[in-house]
Design a protein around this ligand. Structure first.
Ligand SMILES: Nc1ncnc2c1ncn2[C@@H]1O[C@H](COP(=O)(O)OP(=O)(O)OP(=O)(O)O)[C@@H](O)[C@H]1O
Ligand SMILES: [Mg+2]
Length: 245
């Protein structure tokens, strides 16, 4: 793998975002020794904040994209990246930072690039047409299949890639990941809530719950437990949920 370790160096003891988040008070270093690492945990636990910090340190646009996609619609990145040290072996410069939440802006950026003269088929890697002309889920999968190349060594950071994907397209994304693993030139770090994606065999799962970032097994995640309970017996769970106090 390329990105071996993320270290937190001299984190300020600050009551302001993001240093007030419990996971950035205790975290010292994270091992990334697998093809695929998942960030998993409750809403607001700090997964996107850390993924963004890693993306900036790796040289990607904080709003999403690769090194070549330098566009700014709103500068909202946190200062966490200044306190992250990445250990590479070897360093890779290729890759992509996918953010479901700002994908619209990325699609607009590609459309703007397409209007520049002499741009060689700007939509080549994105399903052959504007991402805005594809459905939300179609545009996500076009990017995952077309833009995330397994030809060159690359680091791919994906923040909630499942956001627009149907369960069957989530399975298709598992297949995309499997193909990357076979080629052996990619490393992925993925923040997700999907109990389907989290089932990828052999991945490292890092939990952001409980105030620190710790390895967890698939079956121990609340995503797995709650989904399983619900699907096994929706009636029981709904009765419990809707019960009057
Ligand atoms: N610019 C900001 N200023 C202040 N607080 C922020 C800012 N951005 C995020 N936060 C807070 O930091 C916390 C962590 O946010 P983050 O987006 O990293 O969570 P997350 O684990 O990715 O959650 P989710 O699963 O909902 O995507 C949240 O409580 C959020 O409200
Ligand atoms: Mg997030």
């Amino acid at each position: 793998m390329f990105l071996r370790e993320v270290r937190f160096v001299d984190l300020p003891n600050d009551s302001k975002h993001p240093f007030n988040l419990p996971v950035f008070r205790t975290a010292h270093h994270l091992n990334m020794n697998r093809f695929l690492t998942f960030f998993v945990g409750e809403n607001g636990s700090g997964k996107s904040t850390l993924l963004e910090g890693i993306a900036i340190q790796a040289g990607f646009n904080p709003e999403g994209g690769s090194k070549g996609n330098q566009f700014v619609t709103a500068s909202t990145e946190s200062s966490l990246f200044q306190y992250l040290k990445l250990s590479w072996m070897p360093k890779v410069t290729e890759g992509f930072f996918f953010r479901a939440e700002s994908f619209f802006n990325f699609a607009s950026h590609i459309d703007a690039a397409a209007k520049e003269p002499f741009t060689p088929d700007p939509y080549f890697a994105y399903g052959g047409r504007s991402l805005h002309e594809q459905s939300h889920g179609e545009s996500f999968l076009s990017l995952f299949t077309g833009r995330l190349s397994h030809r060159k060594p690359a680091l791919y950071l994906l923040d909630e890639p499942e956001a627009a994907l149907s369960p069957s397209r989530q399975l298709a994304l598992l297949r995309v990941l499997h193909d990357h693993q076979k080629f052996g030139r990619s490393q992925f770090i993925i923040a997700t809530h999907s109990p389907i994606l989290l089932g990828y065999p052999g991945a490292t799962l890092l939990s952001f719950d409980g105030g620190s970032i710790e390895p967890i097994s698939y079956q121990e995640t609340s995503h797995y437990i709650i989904s399983k309970q619900f699907l096994n017996s929706p009636g029981t769970m709904l009765r419990e949920l809707f019960k009057d106090e």
